[in-house]
Each structure stands twice: as structure tokens, then as C-alpha cells.
Design a protein around this ligand. Structure first.
Ligand code: GLA
Length: 731
């Protein structure tokens, strides 16, 4: 828990102590129609906007001809923002290059993995290793910083946009080799050993023979593939640092952020923690559609038909008496919550920015379903509940033409405020104003789920034990996370390099690759009284993807007290049943169903809590617990059906003394988030069902609705997709 005496700081700047509301704003598309821009400022006031993200794709408007700069229009926008009491989240414009740059300097275009050079066009595709690209970036960013240093509207820098992708040009090949030389301290033999290049005669005799992975070239050396992915993150972060140099020099007091794309596979977002001041992300969930659950669809994967159903079906802290509730959005909300918690954890719990979300629909999802009335406020408040201090949209006004003309926007093509979407945005703006006191408060996480990008890459690169997409590391981590979210237990999402102290429970599903020091830190955490949960397919390889010799789960073997002899992969739909030992530590009876990935495990000091009942693993341990020092470590030897996993976590949460955000039984489909500051606890009660619900608040306590100041002891009535933000004084 956080120290109540600590100083809670607003996220951006001493000038800001409220929640902010705004959008990506592209006035550069409308410079030829000044009355549209006048209208924008009138409408922003009505929508209660306080921040606008500007200049993101404006390089061509700022520098239409190489070396010829036009800042007048941006001066006007910045001045108007300041005059209207709004802030600018001002972008560096590298998200899209002007045509002159991509045409005159083809080296700024990317080279793909198959070594074809991209043509000028589209966006998010600059060559981050190109010297010309870096030089031109430096020039425009310096001009921006010098021009707007000290401007009252300038609040935060938005560096580029959604960094992503990779480049295989000669510039990047050279940089990759330099990076490798440093990593392996100039010792090519060490690299060869680390990558096991004696396999298939892949040994490198010279650094210059090292090429990035390619579909028509090298891809069988997993150590190479892994190091390449690390390098891509390194080079992207390096480009970001390069972008920031003039900003840091000229505007040292202005923080920076860059917007993440959910669980984007190509970059290790945790490595951006040191370079940026504030984390932010762009959220586009498919509301009102069933959440994707690989391996969990009835009749397809693990359906949970075993004896385990005796341990409770809903598997969460909600009221099982409403089986007919439509829980699609509740399930979806769990997956979105994971990303909010991940992004917050990148900056160690500091409030983050929801940089983009759609006010209505996207134009790129297969089916562009709109948010139903209420969902806009609900999904935005969910972000606040998980630690966001700004809510922003893509986009303020719909483009008239090109790729995104049908993407949701606050202002539609009709051009006025009399639309359902505008009304909902304005209502949310008012609500955010009225709950602004929550800005700067923190989420008091009691647990952490380990999600590690390098481990993800290693698992996805490996051949076997199954190659049908159902190894599913990310989905497995989210499935474990979801069980805590449904219990309303606040959780951080960390990687293997981050501290474990302070948590009561740490889960590290499928920790296949162990980063140096992680197993030691897990041991210390458990000895000090923590509870650790690991699963099958853990402790298999080291950081260069070499298998641990002498028995899996490698360095985790001691703390878990087991030896995993072999792992089996089952065809889709084939399952095994397991049963709990009589009088087991968890107090669970009956059994559970497993499938997809099943370990044959032997105990080495651990207690057997459940055993397999059939197949070649019959009578072998399926769930174990090992004490060490003041804590314990659990091992799930096989992949559980989700409702069985829920029963496990429900029992473990109570054993570990985890406290839900709000005591008592909640209606199905209702989630409660918690933030706190020195004075108050803030509960965010969220109804993800298309029905009205009534929530009973714990008795004998004083709750107040933050937006109206009314006391609300007793019950809360939430309409369809309704929310309530409730405050309780500390102590
Ligand atoms: C991303 C981009 C935006 C916009 C949206 C559309 O998040 O950053 O510029 O294209 O997608 O959903």
C-alpha cells in the first residue's frame, strides 16, 4: 500500500492539478478554411476540452519545402489554445514525412525484412538509422523547441507517433553489428557460443557476416532473432532520445511522452521508461463484441468438463445469481484493464495519459461497431480508475478525405455540436471536471503479473512444443491477470527486470526465458513472505535462448521444489482431468480440467496439492506448493480451463490476504477500481452490462459521490453501462 504521508504529484507540471480532456487536433488539414478553425475553438469549449495534441502529422505544413519553415499557422493555434485556457501536447512531426524528404532522400525510407526499399508514402515508416533522417529531425525539432519554449500553452511533448516497425537497411545492419560488438564485448566466439551457431554450420567467422533475420535468409538461429528484436527496441529508443535532444536542451522543464499501441509485439515498452517522463497509450477495444479467448471457446480447446466445476462457476467476485447477464463487455474490459495496468507500471505507478481513444468507432476494425450510449463514459472512467489522468481522442474533427475520413471524431462531417457523440463527449468533459480531485492519486497494487517482452519473443520464436498459435504467452498472462481483475484486486504488470518488493503475490505465467537475476529475486521475494505463482513452460532457456541443462525449470527449480521432466502438447479439444488431494492447503475439493500444455513433474520438496487423474501423467503432481522462508511458491503443471483457474485464484487470494477494492458481493458484470491519495480512497464502480444494476455498499462507512458531493451510504443504482465515482475519507 502507498504511504498516506507521501506527496502525490500531478502528472505533468506544477501548473496542472486536474484531469485533462482533449483530442488529436489537425488544423493543418483546414488552414484553407479559417472559419472551421474558429468553429473548432467554440466547440472545444462546449466539449470541456483542456488539452489538444497538435502537429502530429504536420511536417509538410511546417516545412513544405526543404529549409523553408512556416510556423505562423501553428503560432496562431498555440496562441488560441493559451487564450482559451487550454494546453498543447505538441508533437514532433516524424510520424509522417513530407514528400520532399522521402523523395529527395530515399534512404529515409525503410528497407523491409525481405530487403525491398519502401516507396515514399503512408506514415510511421521512416528509417530510424538514416543519418539524413536524423539530421532533418534534429532541424525541425530544434525549430519547434526554440519557437515554443516558454509558450504558455506548451505543456508536454508528444514524441513522434506510435513508434513501431523495423528497418533492415545497411545503416541498420551496421548499427546492429555495433550494438552486438558492445553486447558481446567484441568477442565473436562468445557470440557464436551464445547463439549456438555450430548448429547447421551457422558459425560466424567475421562480424560483417551478421545480417538481420530475413524470410529468405537467416531465421533459424534463435539467439540472433532475439538479439535483433532487442536491437530494434534499442534503435527506436535511441531515435527517440535523438528526437529529444533539442527539446531537453531548449525546454528542460517540459516533460515528454510517446504513445504506445496496446501490447504491440515489436517493441519492449518497458525499455522506454528511462527515456520518457509520462507513459501514454492509444486504446481501441472492440466493445459490444465477444472477447477473443484462444483455447477457451466451447468445444474448441479446454472446456472445463472435469470434476472441477464444484469450485464455483463464475470464478470472480461477482454475484453468480445473474447467469443471464450479458458479460461480453465485462470480459473485454478485463483485457483493456491489463493494458492500462501495464502502461501505468512502465512508469512505476505514476498516472498516465490515455492519448487516444475513439469517441464512437474506428474505421479500421473488421466491423466498425459504435460504442453504445454510456460506453464512452464508462470506458473513459475505466482508464481513470486504472491511473489515467487525461482522456483524449483520435480525433477532434473528421478529415474530409483520405484514409481516416470515416474514423470516429468528436466533430462529425455535419460540423455542429448537435450529435449524440458530441453530447456524450461533452458530458464526459463535465464529469471529468467534477471529479478532478482524483488527479495525481495512485493505484495501490497488491499484486504483480509478470509480462516480459523478451520472454514473449523467445516463446514466439521457439519451435515447439506447439506451433499452432496456442502456446499463446500473451493470452495466458492476460488470462491469469483477468482472474485478479475479476476479484477487483489492484495489480501491476511488470517485467522480469522490475522490483518485486512490496507485492503480496507475484504471478509469472510461462516464464520460459529467465532474464539474469530474476530467479534470485523471486527466491528473495518468497523468503521474505511473498507468494509466487509459476506455470508449465517456465525456466527453459537463458537470455540468449540456450536451454538450461540439468533439469527444468532451471534456476526456478529450487524455489518451486519440483523437477519438470517433460512437457506434452495436446491436440485441440483433448483434455486431462485432475483432482485435489484430500484436505489440501487451498481447501478446494473436486478437481479441474487441463489441456494444451501439460508437464510431467516430480516433487523435490514441494507439497502436492492436486494430481492428474488420467493419461500418462496419472497420479503425477498437477499443482504443487513449496514453502521457503516466510513465503510459498506454486506451480501449475498444466493449462487450466478458465473457470478452474478462477477457483484457484479465488482460494489463493483469500489465503494470501489480498483485499478486493470494495468489500461485499457485486452484481455480475460490475467492476470496482481503486485510487488513493493522502486524504481519500476513490472507488470507481463500473457497470459493464446492458442492464441497470444495484450495488450494495459496505455498511457503517461514509461514502460520497465525488461529482455531486452527495452522501451515498447504502446502495448505488447504476444504469446501463453506468459508472459512479465514490470517495471515502482515509483512516
Ligand atoms: C492510431 C494513430 C492515429 C489514428 C488512429 C486511428 O492510434 O496514432 O493517428 O490513425 O490510430 O484509430
Amino acid at each position: 500500500m502507498l504511504d498516506p504521508a507521501m506527496n502525490y504529484n500531478p502528472i505533468f507540471h506544477p501548473r496542472v492539478n486536474t484531469l485533462l480532456h482533449g483530442a488529436d487536433y489537425n488544423p493543418d488539414q483546414w488552414l484553407h478554411v479559417p472559419e472551421v478553425i474558429d468553429e473548432d475553438f467554440r466547440l472545444m469549449k462546449l466539449a470541456k476540452c483542456s488539452i489538444m495534441n497538435i502537429g502530429i502529422f504536420a511536417w509538410a505544413a511546417l516545412e513544405p519545402v526543404e529549409g523553408e519553415f512556416h510556423f505562423e499557422w501553428l503560432d496562431g493555434i498555440m496562441d488560441r489554445l493559451a487564450e482559451s485556457g487550454m494546453y498543447a501536447c505538441l508533437a514532433t512531426p516524424t510520424g509522417a514525412r513530407p514528400r520532399w524528404l522521402a523523395t529527395r532522400y530515399p534512404e529515409t525510407n525503410r528497407v523491409r525484412a525481405d530487403r525491398t526499399l519502401e516507396l515514399p508514402g503512408t506514415r510511421h515508416n521512416h528509417n530510424y538509422s538514416s543519418p539524413v533522417m536524423r539530421e532533418k529531425t534534429q532541424i525541425i525539432n530544434t525549430k519547434l523547441a526554440e519557437r515554443y519554449a516558454g509558450h504558455p500553452a506548451l505543456l508536454i511533448w508528444h514524441i513522434s507517433n506510435e513508434y513501431g516497425g523495423e528497418d533492415h537497411s545497411d545503416f541498420s545492419q551496421v548499427a546492429f553489428r555495433e550494438w552486438l560488438r558492445e553486447r558481446y564485448q567484441g568477442d565473436l566466439e562468445a557470440l557464436n557460443r551464445a547463439w549456438w551457431t555450430s548448429f547447421w554450420s551457422r558459425t560466424y567467422q567475421d562480424w560483417d557476416q551478421i545480417l538481420s533475420p530475413a524470410p529468405h535468409g537467416e531465421r533459424a538461429v534463435h539467439g540472433l532473432v532475439l538479439d535483433w528484436k532487442r536491437f530494434v527496441t534499442h534503435q527506436t529508443v535511441d531515435f527517440m532520445r535523438h528526437e529529444m535532444k533539442p527539446l531537453r536542451r531548449v525546454t528542460p522543464d517540459i516533460p515528454v511522452t510517446t504513445n504506445f499501441m496496446e501490447n504491440y509485439p515489436g517493441l519492449d515498452y518497458f525499455r522506454f521508461a528511462d527515456v520518457m517522463d509520462v507513459a501514454s497509450w492509444d486504446s481501441y477495444p472492440r466493445w459490444h463484441t465477444p472477447a477473443e479467448r484462444p483455447g477457451q471457446a466451447p468445444g474448441d480447446g479446454i472446456t472445463g468438463q472435469g470434476p472441477g466445476s464444484g469450485n464455483g462457476a463464475a470464478g470472480d467476485g461477482t454475484d453468480e445469481a445473474s447467469p443471464s447477464a450479458d458479460l461480453r463487455d465485462y470480459e473485454r474490459a478485463a483485457d483493456v484493464a491489463f493494458v492500462h495496468d501495464l502502461v501505468r507500471s512502465v512508469k512505476a505507478g505514476k498516472p498516465f495519459m490515455l492519448m487516444e481513444s475513439t469517441p464512437s468507432m474506428t474505421n479500421w476494425q473488421q466491423v466498425g461497431k459504435r460504442k453504445e450510449p454510456g460506453m464512452h463514459t464508462l470506458s473513459s472512467i475505466q482508464a481513470v480508475a486504472h491511473g489515467a489522468d487525461t482522456i483524449e481522442y483520435f480525433q477532434w474533427r473528421k478529415s474530409r478525405g483520405a484514409w481516416e475520413k470515416f474514423h470516429g471524431a468528436v466533430v462529425d462531417h455535419v460540423g455542429h455540436e448537435h450529435t449524440r457523440v458530441f453530447g456524450e463527449v461533452a458530458d464526459l468533459g463535465s464529469l471529468l471536471e467534477s471529479i478532478s480531485e482524483v488527479a495525481g492519486s495512485r493505484v495501490p497494487a497488491q499484486t504483480a503479473v509478470v509480462f516480459d517482452w523478451e520472454n514473449r519473443w523467445a516463446i514466439e520464436t521457439a519451435q515447439g512444443p506447439r506451433n499452432d498459435g496456442r502456446t499463446a504467452y500473451l493470452e495466458t498472462v492476460i488470462t491469469h491477470y483477468r482472474q485478479l481483475w475479476k476479484l477487483n484486486i489492484p495489480t501491476d504488470v511488470i517485467d522480469q527486470t522490475m522490483p518485486l518488493d512490496g507485492y503480496k503475490l507475484v504471478l509469472a505465467p510461462m516464464a520460459y526465458m529467465l532474464r539474469p537475476g530474476f530467479a534470485e529475486r523471486v527466491e528473495a521475494f518468497v523468503k521474505a513472505g511473498g507468494t509466487f505463482v509459476a506455470t508449465y513452460w517456465s525456466g527453459i532457456v537463458n537470455e540468449t535462448d540456450l536451454c538450461f541443462l540439468g533439469g527444468f525449470p532451471g534456476p526456478l527449480r529450487g524455489v518451486l521444489g519440483i523437477w519438470s521432466e517433460e512437457i506434452d502438447a495436446l491436440p485441440v479439444g483433448e483434455t486431462r482431468s485432475c483432482s485435489f488431494e484430500p484436505d489440501n492447503t487451498l481447501g478446494l475439493d473436486g478437481g479441474f480440467t487441463v489441456g494444451e500444455l501439460c508437464d510431467r513433474v516430480h516433487t523435490e520438496g514441494a507439497e502436492v496439492v492436486a494430481r492428474y487423474r488420467d493419461g500418462m501423467y496419472r497420479d503425477l503432481p498437477a499443482l504443487t506448493r513449496h514453502e521457503s522462508g516466510a513465503g510459498e511458491a506454486w506451480y501449475l503443471a498444466a493449462r487450466h480451463a478458465e473457470h478452474d483457474l478462477a477457483a484457484f485464484y479465488r482460494a489463493l487470494a483469500s489465503r494470501t490476504g489480498l483485499t478486493p477494492n470494495l468489500d461485499g458481493q457485486l452484481p455480475a458484470g460490475v467492476a470496482v477500481g481503486l485510487r488513493e491519495n493522502a486524504s481519500y480512497l476513490y472507488y470507481f464502480v463500473q457497470n459493464y452490462t446492458p442492464d441497470d444494476v444495484t450495488v450494495t455498499l459496505p455498511g457503517g462507512r461514509n461514502f460520497t459521490l465525488v461529482d455531486t458531493g452527495e452522501s451515498c451510504a447504502g446502495t448505488l443504482h447504476l444504469p446501463v453501462y453506468g459508472v459512479a465515482i465514490v470517495r471515502e475519507a482515509r483512516g
